[in-house]
Design a protein around this ligand. Structure first.
Ligand SMILES: [Fe+2]
Length: 328
């Protein structure tokens, strides 16, 4: 039996619907939002600032520049220039929570962008996108927490690591490290990326030095199973990235997904994890080249000012403040 041809009246009705003001208006708004997200907001680099009361009483304050998820391509000069300008903030410590690369030839651009920051004390860990190149993905798979994860071609993360370490940054991957910066004694530790199950917390497990003024955990993806381990061991603060703040967010609703097991309310910025520990998640500076768009979620770096807790009896008090500022 052959398919029935639409009648002239049916065709005219369909044409009328497609050219109706409502449909044309919706299509125009959709295309406008897509153009804004890919051409404009993706490049609206923003500095966020937050004050976190996490240090032992009587300790001087400490400025940490938290950068994450640069996803650098070799030709991204605007982003590289903005990152280079962050040095003007004069941070005491730089913490880089991974996903720096998005291309096999991006290491020189990354090292150039971080050049002046590499002269400062720094800690880093890797994210999955430092190990494996980007691949086109169905964006709807992010709504499925159980989707199969697969990486692209291997990336030169060892070259990047060598460049960072040569300049003095400390690779915290499964390492405990103690240092004193401007009178603040820091006991830091990190794990490899739990998003691709490379974390081996037991290698750094156990309480950090109780004499430290700050016990700092560092990880790429803020998976609750790892955050719980840091909290149980008595860490004061964990810094993480990976979520991109949701990347495509809805006005008055926020992120649709976190791309990990973390709840949506903590997708970016500071939050409390358990009774004592604070968490700071960076929304990151870049995007995958296969999803070059941000909406209601600007690319960012964060200047964290760590200050002493107000009431030592209560552990770190819950008060945090944050704002947006410009750099350069
Ligand atoms: Fe990322």
């Amino acid at each position: 039996m052959g398919a029935q041809k639409p009648s002239p009246a049916h065709r005219a009705g369909l044409a009328g619907l497609l050219t109706s003001p409502a449909v044309v208006g919706l299509a125009t708004a959709g295309l406008g939002a897509l153009a804004y997200a890919t051409l404009i907001e993706r490049n609206l680099f923003t500095l966020r600032e937050a004050t976190l009361p996490v240090l032992e009483p009587g300790t001087p304050s400490l400025k940490i520049l938290h950068i994450s998820d640069a996803h650098m391509m070799p030709n991204q000069r605007l982003k590289a220039r903005w990152i280079a300008e962050l040095d003007r903030l004069d941070p005491d410590l730089v913490v880089n929570t991974g996903d720096n690369l998005s291309h096999p030839r991006a290491v020189p651009t990354v090292v150039q962008a971080y050049d002046r920051l590499l002269s400062r004390p720094g800690f880093f860990v890797f994210g999955s996108n430092d190990y494996f190149g980007p691949k086109p993905k169905n964006p709807f798979q992010y709504f499925d927490k159980d989707h199969k994860r697969s990486g692209g071609a291997p990336l030169p993360w060892r070259d990047m690591r060598s460049a960072f370490v040569e300049r003095g940054w400390v690779d915290l991957t499964h390492v405990r490290h103690e240092v004193e910066i401007n009178g603040v004694r820091i006991a830091a530790a990190g794990v490899d990326d739990p998003h691709i199950k490379r974390d081996r917390y037991e290698t750094i497990g156990g309480p950090p030095n109780p004499l430290a003024h700050l016990r700092l955990g560092v990880v790429h993806s803020p998976e609750p199973r790892v955050l719980d381990r840091f909290a149980d061991d008595g860490y004061d603060l964990v810094l993480a990235g990976h979520t991109h703040g949701g990347q495509l967010c809805l006005p008055f609703y926020g992120a649709l997904v976190t791309n990990c097991e973390l709840d949506r309310s903590r997708v970016k910025g500071p939050s409390q994890w358990g009774a004592h520990m604070k968490l700071h998640v960076s929304a990151g500076i870049g995007t995958s080249p296969w999803a070059p768009a941000r909406f209601c979620c600007r690319p960012e770096a964060t200047l964290l000012t760590l200050v002493p807790v107000k009431n030592p009896e209560m552990g770190s008090d819950h008060g945090v403040s944050h704002s947006e500022a410009s750099v350069g």
